[in-house]
Write a protein that binds this ligand. Structure first.
Ligand SMILES: Cc1cc2nc3c(=O)[nH]c(=O)nc-3n(C[C@H](O)[C@H](O)[C@H](O)COP(=O)(O)OP(=O)(O)OC[C@H]3O[C@@H](n4cnc5c(N)ncnc54)[C@H](O)[C@@H]3O)c2cc1C
Length: 437
């Protein structure tokens, strides 16, 4: 790489969040200011891009990764940090496309996805506060019936971690709130500091030879047997391109952008709580999620703050005051927090796909362009699986999980970029109304 390509990035910050305030040192990676060549160019410095780059470097490919802002700037550095088993939702619906055995393999991959994170953290010694223990929370008796089916399915799949159904009377052992009628504990899922995981993975990728560039938004792509990817001040030529921009893809590739609806989700972080108060909220320090369409998800941070997330905004407009918007939701669950200060508030974009299965594949007309996106709010584990599957496919490994995902068709949302979100808002309103019945 020549000297121009190594010019330091200007000091461009992460959005203010608890994670940004408590992160590992964030090295500034250079801005791309040269014309470079690599085997693979990866666009997007979130979990999807980082893990694909890392897996490819392990397989001997030369890789350049371009990030428009900072590593982990998108959803990967801002999410709830809940590392939950499984990919997609209602996978049996895809049996007619990938067969019953394909569905079973996908379910197993949803379990493997968490293992990839576990191994990544262990192997590269990433200090990201990884803590095991998660509980699904039932809002209605119907949810509890679903949990019993989930537990039975996990047993059939040979899941090796403890799962346990909880009745209403046992809920206070997990969460100090009267809102829930039961739960499903899963000791093979958990929570972590997502920005630190992304930063640790970036460092690992770099050690393996991946060249990382920040402040290097891709502005144009020339497709062909060799792609040429342009940024404001440089370019990359590569045999293979990977797009890992998820909800932030915008118009870079309209075909893929049309299959993902960006939806805002928001998190508040309280001031650090006393040990006694923190223990009374989440006695076993588990991450938890309820079952509503616009779900609440919350957990404790390593320094005993409650990180309370929720909402789903499809309008493209964030609430003016996220704390004022989220605090009442938190107080509905924990009225005892009325006097507690909110230290941080932030939001980010979730990428929603119509069938809620992560979209992992390659472009029909440009077979050297691969992508992974649309994790529908459940991407901390699935992005890691996507990275592995993309790297396997790019390195020519046949018959793996990539083919199963790539076989499932994904519709383009009607209405173009201006109408997509209002349409989704209408759809979600319909689902919320059904919840009230
Ligand atoms: C508030 C919130 C809470 C969430 N909570 C959870 C949770 O608890 N558990 C869970 O499993 N999932 C959760 N998710 C979802 C999860 O965070 C995402 O599915 C996952 O991080 C997606 O990773 P990604 O790398 O695909 O996308 P991102 O992390 O969004 O990264 C995409 C990157 O692409 C870059 N980019 C875009 N365009 C360009 C361009 N033209 N050139 C260069 N770079 C570009 C962006 O700057 C961005 O950094 C949450 C999401 C949000 C927003």
């Amino acid at each position: 790489m020549n000297a121009r390509a190594q010019q330091p990035a200007p000091n461009h910050q992460h959005p203010a969040s608890y994670y940004a305030a408590s992160s590992l040192p964030q090295p500034d990676h250079p801005v791309l200011t040269a014309d470079l060549v690599a085997d693979v160019c990866v666009v997007g410095g979130g979990f999807s891009g980082l893990n694909t780059a890392l897996e490819l470097a392990e397989r001997g490919f030369s890789v350049i990764l371009l990030e428009a802002h900072k590593i982990g700037w998108g959803a990967s550095g801002r999410n709830g940090g809940q590392l939950i088993r499984g990919v997609g939702h209602g996978l049996d619906q895809f049996a007619n496309v990938i067969g019953a055995d394909g569905v079973r393999q996908m379910k197993l991959m949803g379990l493997e996805a968490v293992e990839i994170v576990r191994q990544r953290v262990e192997r590269f010694q990433i200090p990201c506060d990884l803590t095991w223990g998660y509980c699904d929370l039932a809002n209605k008796p119907r949810d509890l019936e679903g949990f019993a089916e989930d537990a039975e399915e996990l047993r059939r799949l040979g899941y090796r971690y403890e799962t346990r159904l909880l009745q209403a009377s046992e809920m206070h052992s997990v969460v100090g709130s009267d809102r829930y009628v039961g739960g499903l504990i899963d000791m093979g899922s958990g929570h972590l500091h997502p920005l630190n995981l992304a930063l640790g993975e970036a460092a690992a990728a770099q050690q393996l030879g991946v060249k990382l560039f920040e402040q290097s938004a891709v502005t144009r792509i020339d497709y062909g047997p060799e792609v040429k990817v342009h940024t404001a001040q440089g370019s990359v030529r590569a045999k293979t391109l990977v797009l890992g921009c998820n909800a932030y893809l915008n118009e870079l590739n309209p075909e893929l952008g049309g299959k993902v609806l960006p939806a805002g989700s928001y998190i508040i972080a309280t001031e650090p709580l006393s040990e006694a108060l923190a223990h009374s909220l989440l006695p076993q320090n588990m991450a938890v999620c309820d079952q509503r369409v616009a779900l609440d998800y919350y957990r404790l941070s390593a320094d005993r703050r409650l990180l309370f997330g929720g909402a789903c905004h499809y309008s493209g407009r964030d609430p003016k005051d996220i704390a004022a918007y989220m605090r009442p939701k938190m107080l509905e669950v924990f009225p005892q927090l009325a006097g507690v200060k909110i230290d941080y508030q932030w939001g980010g974009m979730i990428g929603i796909g119509a069938n809620r299965l992560p979209q992992i594949g390659r472009l029909k007309d440009q077979p050297n362009v691969y992508y992974a996106q649309a994790y529908s709010g459940h991407g901390v584990n699935a992005t890691h699986l996507a990275g592995k599957l993309l790297a396997e496919a790019i390195s020519g490994q046949q018959g793996g999980g990539f083919d199963l995902f790539a076989k499932v068709p994904h519709i383009t949302f009607p209405g173009g970029k201006h109408l997509r979100s209002p349409l989704l808002a209408l759809g979600m309103l319909w689902h919320r109304l059904k919840e009230l019945v």
